[in-house]
Write a protein that binds this ligand. Structure first.
Ligand code: NAD
Length: 449
């Protein structure tokens, strides 16, 4: 099929590459000329395992191309994916200006003949957006076309794998034609019996927000249980195992930590709260989720100031991990933004490492780097020299089995604030570390996760 993917970010680039991989003729279009230049030179602007060779192969074999000419891309394509950003507006609602700008472009570039176009929102958009997309296209054309909702569930860090082998594909359609074409398009991705769930468009739009809000709720729920565990000397790792083995609950997204971040959960929970309010549904449960998360992002900083006082002048802290989760360079809404800024504004200096987010860090922390409050280190052990304590903010694999002796000798004191519960409190205590983690007491038994 001839496909245009508009928006070449985490979602659009992965979707475009994977659709080309299954034999389609794909043009990825973006208004960011710098990004398109880099892609045309074979450079991948994001870190995503498996993406680079796939893009390179499909570029070379002529199934994938990149352009800034959005109009030409949508004019030529039968299937158009809208995968542009939907950032939060001032009131928390999803800002649809980019999505609707693409819809207008599609309407203005509807050829007089050729196959009926299928326009698909892949961006995360609130219920009712397909109607707005349809109206924006209709303003410019009388030709028949089809609007669909096909929310994306890929996880950054495993995006290619998730797109190639999705748990399910959700498609909101309103015509038999669109349903048949999308069934054909997605057939190679569901060969192992994972379903394509066709439904009405509103249900598909709501499904995406419901999924992210549910996952965010599990995280905030476990962070609340972590506080209870700390208050009474219990261990949240054991509670997690105790409930996660229940078939009705399952083990995923039950890890206590320093809160959720990233480009999706924070903005999607906010947008769903806004939609609930607008439709007169009480958003209490999600307001609670947001409140817990905002507090949780401050927890590690509070532990540090409880230990050293509010004024951290003259102190240096080593930080391991800046991305919002492992296997991605994405730092949008990462807890590290709050923690590092909090430490520096209390007077401390920070020496930080991240295996992949170094480039993103130079963008997010340009001011701190210029003022000297923050230094980015090449190697994780380089951060330790002369630091008062180590803070772990992201659970990268490379941090899981470190050389504890090197940590101990590098730090001024053997003190670790672990925001991701990477290590065993009993072992840390045995090896002489003062070890502060989330929802676990230092004396917890060695079986703790
Ligand atoms: P992103 O910010 O990485 O990329 C968006 C791209 O759209 C940018 O390259 C931008 O230049 C481009 N763009 C903006 N306006 C444009 C226009 N008018 N024409 C052409 N290009 C335009 O965003 P992302 O993370 O890929 O997310 C895209 C959408 O997918 C969002 O709605 C997001 O909520 C959703 N989503 C994201 C993820 C994720 O893990 N990142 C997962 C599922 C769904």
């Amino acid at each position: 099929m001839k496909i245009a993917v508009v928006g070449t970010g985490y979602v659009g680039l992965v979707a475009g590459a994977c659709l080309a991989e299954t034999g389609n003729d794909v043009v990825c279009a973006d208004i960011d000329a710098g990004k398109i230049d880099r892609l045309n030179r074979g450079e991948i602007p994001i870190y995503e395992p498996g993406l680079e060779p796939m893009v390179e192969r499909n570029l070379r074999e002529g199934r994938l191309s990149f352009t800034t000419d959005v109009a030409a891309a949508v004019r030529e394509a039968e299937v158009i994916f809208i995968a542009v950003g939907t950032p939060p507006g001032e009131d928390g609602s999803a800002d649809l200006q980019h999505v609707l700008a693409v819809a207008e472009t599609v309407g203005r570039n509807m050829p007089a003949d050729g196959p009926e176009k299928i326009v698909i929102t892949k961006s995360t958009v609130p219920v009712g957006t397909a109607n707005k997309v349809r109206a924006a296209i209709r303003r410019h054309t009388d030709r028949p076309f089809h609007v669909c909702s096909n929310p994306e569930f890929l996880k950054e860090g495993a995006a290619v794998q998730d797109f190639m082998k999705p748990d399910r594909v959700v498609v909101g359609v309103e015509s038999e034609h669109a349903r048949a074409r999308l069934a054909e398009l997605y057939a190679p991705f569901v060969r192992q019996g994972n379903p394509i769930l066709f439904m009405d468009i509103a249900s598909a739009e709501i499904t995406k927000y419901a999924a992210n809000a549910m996952l965010a709720t599990r995280i905030s729920f476990m962070n609340t249980i972590a506080h209870l565990c700390e208050a009474v000397g219990a261990d949240v790792g054991l509670v997690r195992q105790g409930i996660g083995t229940d078939d009705r609950i399952g083990p995923a997204f039950l890890y206590a930590g320093i809160g959720y971040g990233g480009s999706c959960f924070p903005k999607d929970v906010k947008a769903l709260v806004h939609t609930l309010r607008e439709t007169g549904v009480d958003p209490a449960i999600l307001e609670g989720v947001e409140k817990v998360n905002a507090q949780q992002k401050k927890v590690l900083l509070e532990r540090v100031t409880e230990r050293y006082g509010e004024d951290l002048s003259g102190r240096t802290f080593a930080v391991w991990g800046l991305s919002f989760k492992p296997e991605t360079d994405d730092m949008r809404e990462a807890p590290s933004l709050d923690v590092v800024r909090g430490l520096v504004s209390a007077g401390a200096r920070v020496r930080a490492h991240d295996p992949e987010a170094r480039h993103e860090a130079t963008r997010h922390f340009a001011d701190l780097l210029a003022e000297g409050g923050l230094t980015l280190c090449e190697h994780n052990y380089d951060c330790l020299d002369g630091a008062d304590a180590l803070l772990v903010l992201t659970e990268w694999h490379a941090y899981r089995t470190p050389d504890f002796e090197r940590i101990r000798t590098g730090l001024r004191e053997p003190l670790v604030f672990d925001g991701r519960n990477l290590w065993d409190p009993a072992r840390m205590a045995e090896t002489g570390f003062e070890y502060v983690s989330i929802g676990r007491t230092p004396a917890a038994p060695a079986v703790a996760a």
